[in-house]
Design a protein around this ligand. Structure first.
Ligand SMILES: [Zn+2]
Length: 164
């Protein structure tokens, strides 16, 4: 799978990640799927919509139930977790569809941590979406990578191509 987006949008994600440091930032990738003749799945990002990190006790309980680790999850904070309010997700999806676009992925940051999905990220991830993760080291955005789930619900690195 290939994710196409322009460098300015990547810059926007990095800036958002630095702004919310030491908490995680998050947002939605709006764009479209481009079916390739060889069957390869390519998606193009037109907009990166910043969202508030709404990680709270309700989200923690939900994730804890999924992972059967309530104590650990409840203790986690916005420095290592993110949550997008489902209402925001629906709103962005509605606006995207009005433009014949769709949500094609999610981005979030990893403050003082590598740009590799966590077990929590994997548990919550949806098949078909691209997951951009940007590492922020001492307030400075560094490594940025994109991931997608394979059939075994494991994250695989995704190729990013620059383009408008
Ligand atoms: Zn994460």
């Amino acid at each position: 799978m290939v994710l196409i987006l322009d460098p300015e949008k990547l810059q926007g994600i990095r800036a958002h990640a630095e702004q919310t440091y030491p908490e995680e930032c998050c947002g939605l990738l709006v764009g479209q799927w481009l079916r390739q003749p060889d069957g390869d799945d390519t998606r193009q990002v037109m907009d990166c919509i910043a969202a508030d990190n709404d990680w709270n006790e309700v989200a923690a309980a939900e994730v804890g139930a999924l992972q059967q680790q309530p104590a650990t999850e409840a203790a986690a904070a916005k420095t290592s977790r993110y949550w997008i309010d489902p209402k925001v997700l629906l709103q962005v999806q509605r606006e995207a569809r009005d433009r014949n676009l769709d949500i094609v992925g999610v981005y979030h940051s990893h403050p003082d941590h590598v740009a590799v999905p966590s077990e929590c990220d994997r548990t919550l991830a949806w098949p078909g979406y691209s997951y951009i993760i940007v590492a922020v080291t001492q307030g400075k955005a560094t490594d940025l990578r994109s991931w997608h789930l394979d059939e075994q619900h494991q994250f695989q690195p995704e190729v990013m191509r620059m383009g408008a």
